[in-house]
Each structure stands twice: as structure tokens, then as C-alpha cells.
Design a binder for this molecule. Sequence first.
Ligand SMILES: Cc1cc2nc3c(=O)[nH]c(=O)nc-3n(C[C@H](O)[C@H](O)[C@H](O)COP(=O)(O)OP(=O)(O)OC[C@H]3O[C@@H](n4cnc5c(N)ncnc54)[C@H](O)[C@@H]3O)c2cc1C
Ligand SMILES: NC(=O)c1ccc[n+]([C@@H]2O[C@H](COP(=O)([O-])OP(=O)(O)OC[C@H]3O[C@@H](n4cnc5c(N)ncnc54)[C@H](OP(=O)(O)O)[C@@H]3O)[C@@H](O)[C@H]2O)c1
Length: 446
Amino acid sequence: MSGLRVAVIGSGPAGVYAAAALTRAGNVEVDVLDRLPAPYGLVRYGVAPDHVKMKSVDVALRRILEDPAVRFLGNVEVGTDITRDELTTYYDAVVFATGAAVDRRLGVPGEDLPGSFSATEFVAWYSGHPDAELDLFTLQATHAVVIGVGNVAVDVARVLTKKADVLAGTDVPGHVLDVLAASAVTEVTMLGRRGPAYARFTTKELRELGEIAGSDIIVDPADLELSEQEEADVAADRTLRANLEVLRDWSTRTPEGRPRRLRIKFWLRPAEVLGSAAVSGFRAERTRLENGKLVGTGSVVDFPAQLVLRSVGYRVVPPANLPLDPDTGTVPHDGGRVLRDGTPMPGMYVAGWLKRGPTGIIGTNKKDANETVRHLLADLAERAPIEQAEDHHDAVEAWLRERCPDLVDQEGWEAIDAHERERGEPHGRPRVKVVDRDHFIELSRR
Ligand SMILES: Cc1cc2nc3c(=O)[nH]c(=O)nc-3n(C[C@H](O)[C@H](O)[C@H](O)COP(=O)(O)OP(=O)(O)OC[C@H]3O[C@@H](n4cnc5c(N)ncnc54)[C@H](O)[C@@H]3O)c2cc1C
Ligand SMILES: NC(=O)c1ccc[n+]([C@@H]2O[C@H](COP(=O)([O-])OP(=O)(O)OC[C@H]3O[C@@H](n4cnc5c(N)ncnc54)[C@H](OP(=O)(O)O)[C@@H]3O)[C@@H](O)[C@H]2O)c1
């Protein structure tokens, strides 16, 4: 097998790990396309800024993009700027790794009132995502409610509760730091619709909530009483056991009157975002399990709130007319080979959250991408590479530049990356992020 050309769509961990697996096979050229001018997907625009070690995964991802057989081509949206059919004329195979960035809805009245946001919007804002409005959050609210008890809910609750100065050494953009420094938020309440035995957060992440300087953590011991079934489920799972241990410890603490309070409450499901012109509160209905099914009790509790952050997970929206399996909520596939009506679509593959759905940590995407690439290479070994012009490399770039005049190529991204890191260095920060699309383009052309 020689001279294969593969396009990877999406430069998050799944896409970049797929590129690494392809280059390990040898004799494969990989173009990694992304709709954003900067690579790394949720590593850059999702992982919380204070998780500095986790964020430094970008160093390993950068090395992969620096491989001479790989090039990054940013600011190209597949399905909008270029089509799937066009890709098949330039590449032997296409690996889609576009993630699952669309937030799920609550489906309750008042969800769209001013002051009610998805965690996705808050995360994009504090991460300096180029699509996020700079002044989307003012944090004039004193009371915030976070819906959901997964790790993203933990991230947003922590960022809301932490003092701004402890984030100053991170890559949080300056305009975000200013708002966080002036934040009026004093009460943050996280609501889980089921009990603590079924919370989705992991223990390391949970534990951090109890270590925030200037904030009391408050858990109601009554919420931690478990049914026989819950006891058994907790006993069978190491993470759940450790979570319960942490929560029980907190439930015995007496608040010390610190400036901020973070409450975690369970058995409360969303009923309504209250308010007329803007959010003024959040109504939740008490719940219980009946034969393993979550049911409402009819009894409601109102929480004062001027800010509501909905952190109830993500969903896949397949790009470029790829199929969606309504049962799994993902692109139907067999080990990464995209299936339409049960039949493989030649040359089409998926990896990462697009393939598995919106769960799993960064590392999960490596094994997942490796599986996809193994099948891709096995398939391509069975057929001849497509006919390509000698100047394929330049032809692709010319085609993309014609469609996307603001294309950010590998060199352009390296210039942006160097600029960001240089700006960060004197302040002991990993980087100072460029946030404005025009600024990205300007730097990429220098
Ligand atoms: C808020 C948040 C915080 C997280 N924190 C952690 C953490 O601390 N530690 C951890 O291990 N995991 C964390 N995760 C999970 C981790 O980020 C995911 O497992 C991982 O990013 C999924 O990788 P992916 O490549 O499938 O998707 P993504 O990282 O979402 O990458 C998808 C890429 O595709 C691009 N794209 C989308 N559509 C198109 C298109 N049409 N054309 C071209 N490009 C497109 C996007 O711009 C993006 O760059 C977090 C997740 C979230 C949501
Ligand atoms: N530091 C890290 O490692 C890190 C950080 C962030 C994210 N991640 C990973 O990224 C993935 C996505 O995280 P996530 O937090 O978005 O998703 P998640 O783990 O699926 O959690 C979603 C939460 O929303 C709740 N929920 C869903 N629909 C709801 C509704 N209608 N009303 C009320 N609550 C509702 C869920 O409750 P139910 O359980 O009852 O459905 C759950 O508590 C996870 O795998 C996560 O571990 C990892």
C-alpha cells in the first residue's frame, strides 16, 4: 500500500489521535481540517483552565500535528464550505471526528429567559472560543443554579465559585478574568435529578469543590440516605463509593461563614425557570425512584437565582449529511466504518464523540481512534488508491483557499501558537489566547 491520502475532519483529541495512528502506518498523508482557526477541539475550548495538567495534553497533540506527514487546515467547515462528495475526489478516506458540541435542552418553561444559559455557552465564553460573544456573561447575579451533576457541571460550578486571582496564572482570557474578578456571585447551587448514588461526576473532580478557598461546601445529610438498592449499587462501584465518602464528609461540616457557598442538592428535577423579563428563580420538583424509574412527587422547591446554567450533557449533530441513529444518538458505524441503512459507506469513518456519543475522557479517544484507523487501513489495503494529481498537496490548498479565503494553514497556526505562548510567558501563563477571528487571520498571515 502506498501514497494514501486521508482527510480527518475535526482536530479535537479523536481527530489528532486518528492522524497519529494513520502516520504510524507509514506512507499516508493526513490533512486535519477544522471549522475553527485553532486546533485541539475541547482540549482548548472545553477542559477547564484551572486543570492545567490536563490542558497540557495540547503539547502531545501539537507534536502530532508537527509530523511532516500531517498538516492542519483551519477555518474550514465541512458541510458548509465544502461537501462530503468533494472530499472523496481528493482523499482515499475521510475520518469524521467532529465531536458532539450541541447542548441538550431541559424542555421546561422559561428555559430561554435572559439569564438562563447552557453550560456550553459559559464554557465557550471562559475558554475564549471565537464564536462566543465577549460580553455574554456579566456575573451580576448573586445566586446561580447549575443543573446536572456531571463533570461539566462540576467545572462550571467551580469556575463560578473560585476567586478570580487563582485563575490568573491560567489561559483564561483577560476579559473573562475581569468579569470573574468583579463577580457578584455568592451562592451556587448544583441540582441532581437523581440521588448521589447515580451522580455522574468522578471523585477527583468532585473533591476539588471542597477545596475552593473562600467557599463553604454544603450538602444535606438527608440527601445521602440510601435505599437498599442504592446501597448495593454504591457498594459495587469504586467511584460511587468514593463519591459518597466525600459527600458524607461534607455533610458533617459546619459552614464557616466564608464569602461564597456551594450547595450540592439531589432528588430535584427541573420544573421551570422562573421570571418574566429575566431569570428570577428556579423551580424544581422533588423526585424519587419507583421500580427503578425516576418519578416526580408533585412537591416543588423554588430557589432564588438570577443565573441558571444548564449542564445536562451534549448531543451529536452529524456533519455533511452523515446518518444519525436515533437510538444511540450517534452516527451508525461498525468499528468506525460509517453505515447507512446497515451498509458501509465506502471511504467514510467516524471517531471520538461523534462515534461513541458525548461521554468519556480525552484518553478514551485514543483507543477509539486507533480502532477506526485499523479498520480504515484494512479496507484501503483491499483497493487501489484513487488517482491523484502530482501536486495533490498544493491542489488541495488551492481548492480550500478558493472556498475559504481565511484558511489558517499549518504555518499560520504555528505563528498564532507562538504568539500566544510568547504573550503568556512573562506572566507565568501557558498562553494568552487569541479570541477574535480577525486577529487569528492577521497573525496567520504574518
Ligand atoms: C466542558 C468539557 C470539559 C471537559 N474536560 C475534560 C477534562 O478535564 N479531562 C478529560 O479527560 N476530558 C474532558 N472532557 C471530555 C473531552 O473533552 C472529550 O472526550 C474529547 O474532547 C472528545 O474529543 P472529540 O475529538 O471527539 O471532540 P472535540 O474535542 O469536540 O473535537 C471536535 C472538533 O471538530 C471540529 N468540528 C466540528 N464540526 C466541524 C465541521 N463541520 N467541520 C470541521 N470541523 C468541525 C470542532 O471545531 C472541534 O475542534 C471535557 C468535555 C467537556 C464538554
Ligand atoms: N475532568 C474531567 O475528566 C471531565 C470534565 C468535564 C467533562 N468530562 C467528561 O465529559 C463527558 C460529558 O460530561 P457532562 O457533564 O456534560 O455529561 P454527563 O456526565 O452525562 O452528565 C450530565 C448530567 O446531566 C443530568 N441530566 C441530563 N438530562 C437532564 C435533565 N433533563 N434534567 C436534569 N438533569 C439532567 C444527568 O443526570 P442523569 O444521570 O440522571 O441522566 C447528569 O447528572 C463525561 O463523560 C464527563 O466525564 C470529564
